[in-house]
Write a protein that binds this ligand. Structure first.
Ligand SMILES: Cc1cc2nc3c(=O)[nH]c(=O)nc-3n(C[C@H](O)[C@H](O)[C@H](O)COP(=O)(O)OP(=O)(O)OC[C@H]3O[C@@H](n4cnc5c(N)ncnc54)[C@H](O)[C@@H]3O)c2cc1C
Length: 396
């Protein structure tokens, strides 16, 4: 395995850093305070090609009306470059990582499970940010046990009628195409639901601990009629196949975003402990601070290595990638929380104030342990995998 970035990946990393330094880092605290992400920023991300980065370029030539910058910028990114993008954005804003996450979950799912008509219709629009994707799995009463979602879809001629509610949906306030899990005769099934569909409405959710600018919403479906052709995959495939693909993509983005949170927290701490003096010397001269910093550096790098491993396996389409991605998400989210917590410690009272970024990183890192399958869910599947892998005769 080669850990060297190619010249193209290096150039991309520099470009991502410039983007983040210009558009994200200076405003992330304000967006967090205001609990919003300006649509102009989403548009800039689209124009940079970030929203369409995973869409095969063949889908961009199919729409006559694509003439904007995004179409020119968009080239299918390799998994490592995509990961680096999520890391760089995560350094400044966990909330914005979640935009890339949910949007790309819809894209990846359509690429793998969508019909030709669905792919031809939606991928060009998702690629250019004309349509923003959202992912609707969780409900008020059903979270980790998501395959038992209570939203129903009942066949009615050429349509399905959806009834139910989805909760905690990232960018649900602005997304216009949702991948929704519903039960068809008790079988979990995925559908595309458009914001404009009759019977569909959203309510903003505010007052979250973290991801405060991720524009969360509750999605309501009351006799929401959608064409039967909006089904993604087959009846009964909704959780095992369709959501499985989406969640794997989500975990990959989140794992890298967590590396970003950890790296952002680390860099802020290096800078602060150099400038801040106590007992006549800068904080960095105190050995107990050095211990914290040494652990922050090592843990962040270890999390990054698990993400590199997941990127490598993704690139080579290795079947172990799903489990290795779960491990990366599990470890990286724990790391982000620990490193961000130590960063607050190093900053003292300043670390508890929103004048410094580390308190926001700390709050966002906690969310990372809960979303895309909570860390307890990761522990369950990773331990099962371990029993299978290490107690069998497979090569280790
Ligand atoms: C900021 C934010 C953004 C989100 N965005 C989205 C989104 O875009 N789309 C979407 O569909 N959902 C989204 N979610 C919801 C998220 O996916 C769920 O919160 C998550 O799956 C956990 O479900 P829950 O909150 O209902 O917790 P529960 O499932 O009720 O679990 C509560 C606790 O019990 C633990 N637990 C549950 N079952 C077990 C078990 N068998 N063994 C051990 N421990 C267990 C869990 O790990 C957790 O710690 C978001 C949540 C947040 C906070």
């Amino acid at each position: 395995m080669n850990f060297e970035l190619t010249p193209e990946q290096r150039d991309a990393q520099i470009k991502f850093r410039q983007f983040v330094d210009r558009y994200v880092a200076p405003n992330a605290a304000e967006y967090d305070r205001n609990q919003t992400t300006p649509i102009e920023l989403v548009k800039i991300m689209a124009d940079e090609g970030y929203l369409g980065a995973l869409v095969p370029s063949t889908y961009l030539t199919k729409q006559d009306d694509i003439s904007n910058q995004a179409a020119n910028q968009t080239q299918e990114m390799d998994p490592l470059t995509w990961g680096i993008l999520c890391e760089e954005i995560g350094k400044a804003s966990g909330s914005l990582v979640s935009l890339l996450t949910v949007h790309s979950m819809v894209i990846q799912t359509l690429i793998k499970w969508g019909t030709k008509e669905q792919r031809d219709k939606w991928l060009p629009l998702l690629a250019t940010g004309k349509v923003i994707g959202g992912f609707g799995l969780t409900e008020a009463k059903v979270g980790s046990d998501a395959k038992n979602a209570q939203t129903t879809a009942i066949k009615d001629g050429d349509n399905y009628i959806l009834n139910g509610q989805k909760r905690w949906i990232s960018f649900g306030q602005v997304a216009n195409l949702f991948l929704i899990l519903a039960q068809v005769d008790g079988k979990a099934t995925a559908f595309l639901v458009e914001r404009e569909q009759d019977g569909f409405s959203t309510e903003p959710i505010t007052g979250m601990l973290g991801f405060r600018s991720a524009m969360l919403a509750t999605l309501n479906m009351e006799n929401c009629q959608i064409p039967a052709s909006n089904m993604v995959g087959k009846i009964g495939f909704g959780f095992s196949h369709v959501a499985g693909t989406a969640l794997d993509q989500g975990r990959y983005c989140i794992a890298w975003g967590c590396v970003g949170i950890a790296q952002g927290s680390l860099e802020a701490s290096l800078s602060y402990s150099t400038q801040r003096k106590q007992f006549g010397v800068s904080l960095k001269e105190h050995q107990l601070i050095q211990e914290l910093v040494a652990d922050m550096i090592t843990q962040t790098q270890a999390a990054r290595m698990l993400c590199y491993n997941a990127a490598f396996l993704r690139q080579s389409k290795d079947p172990s990638v799903i489990m290795e991605t779960s491990m990366a998400k599990y470890f990286a989210s724990r790391t982000a929380l620990k490193v961000a917590s130590d960063a607050v410690q190093i900053h003292g009272a300043n670390g508890c104030s929103d004048s410094y970024p580390v308190e926001r990183h700390f709050r966002d890192a906690k969310i990372m342990e809960i979303i895309e399958g909570s860390n307890q869910m990761q522990q369950i599947i990773i331990s099962r995998y371990g029993y299978q892998k290490y107690l069998s005769n497979q090569p280790k």
